[in-house]
Design a protein around this ligand. Structure first.
Ligand code: TYM
Length: 333
């Protein structure tokens, strides 16, 4: 089986964007691939975190992974900081990447600008070196494929560059991973400003659907989602971003093609579209929430994460030894 790896940062609650851009795909891929999935808590602290909120987010994402269908017997599922090698390889890769290439990362540019504007007045160094830790995450497990949303593509490309650089400098040590974005480059947009992506760190709760939102909240958020005044259901990302976003949420959740959906909506209006989106959202989210409630705070989740970390450590430890040996970091051969 080919190896695959992906993760979610625990800097907020899991959103519909995370589910459709990543988790739903991971769940399907675990049949065909040797899957490694983790909660990126070390990435989360690259922006300020309240410790109780952070702990809650970690536990929620863990239980949600399993509630969404990640299977601890098929995949390696763990918490990033439980495997020390991530931080260790992250450090090594910091010494092998350049300030120039890290400065070109658009996520860094956006987030550092936000950090500055927020008035807190500082940019954590970890925000800058975030991509080298992400590269470490991927390279430790020989992942051939990394299924992520388009927003993470640049980081995976940097990972490829670093892997090739290390292999050239020190000898073959890393598999060069391939980024696997969704076919149509699906990006779920903010419900209130559909020109930007739906982000778990958004400060407008109406703008994002969280996987743990109540049915009433889901209904009211979709009803309040920004559209336009034309009342014509049409897929047009440039001129009708709000409507297009609703269409994409529907087709992806329902697993139908755009053509099929458009036939259904012939002669219909935005109210019909929104009703359809609400219906399919509840259809998908309610069973996940039911399973989530059984799992949250359970001993099972803790045991699965421990079991996952134990497997991950074995893989990661082998890799870090190889890297350190090839780089001359040890005194024994
Ligand atoms: P994160 O936590 O921001 O997002 C998790 C996954 O969800 C995708 N995603 C979206 N897809 C479509 N529409 C959206 N609005 C949307 N928002 C988020 C992301 O692309 C991602 O796939 N740096 C990563 C976590 C990470 C990682 C890794 C991923 C750390 N190490 C190694 C892969 C491999 C992140 O912050 O994702």
């Amino acid at each position: 089986k080919k190896k695959m790896l992906s993760a979610i940062t625990s800097s907020g609650a899991m959103t519909l964007g995370n589910y459709l851009g990543a988790v739903k795909r991971m769940v399907n891929f675990q049949e065909q691939y040797e899957m490694h999935v983790f909660i990126a808590n070390l990435h989360a602290i690259t922006v300020p975190q309240d410790k109780e909120v952070l702990r809650k987010n970690i536990k929620e994402i863990a239980a949600l992974y399993f509630a969404c269908g990640m299977d601890p017997n098929k995949s390696v599922i763990f918490l990033q900081s439980d495997v020390l090698e991530h931080a260790q390889l992250g450090w090594i890769l910091n010494t092998q990447s350049t300030i120039g290439e890290l400065s070109r990362m658009t996520q860094y540019k956006d987030k550092s600008q936000k950090a500055e504007e927020s008035g807190k007045g500082y940019i954590p160094a970890g925000l800058f070196t975030y991509p080298t830790l992400m590269a470490a995450d991927i390279l430790l497990y020989d992942a051939e494929f990394v299924p992520v949303g388009v927003d993470q593509k640049q980081h995976v490309e940097l990972t490829r560059d670093l892997a090739m650089r290390m292999n050239n400098r020190y000898g073959e040590m890393f598999v060069v991973p391939e980024c696997l974005v969704t076919e149509n480059k699906l990006k779920i947009m903010d419900l209130q400003d559909p020109t930007k992506k739906m982000s778990k760190s958004s400060d407008n709760p109406k703008a994002i659907i969280k996987m743990l939102d109540s049915p009433a909240d889901i209904r009211s958020k979709i009803k309040a989602a920004v559209t336009d005044s034309e009342n014509l259901i049409k897929h047009d990302p440039i001129n009708k971003p709000g409507v297009t976003n609703l269409i994409e949420i529907y087709t992806t959740l329902k697993n139908v093609s755009l053509q099929e959906a458009m036939v259904r909506w012939k002669g219909k209006n935005y109210k019909d579209l929104k009703d359809d989106v609400i219906e399919v959202l509840l259809e998908v989210i309610e069973p996940i929430q039911t399973r989530y409630k059984e799992l949250y705070n359970s001993l099972e989740v803790e045991q699965w994460l421990e079991q996952g970390a134990a497997k991950a450590r074995m893989i990661a430890n082998k890799k870090i030894n190889k890297v350190q040996n090839l780089m001359g970091l040890n005194y024994k051969r």
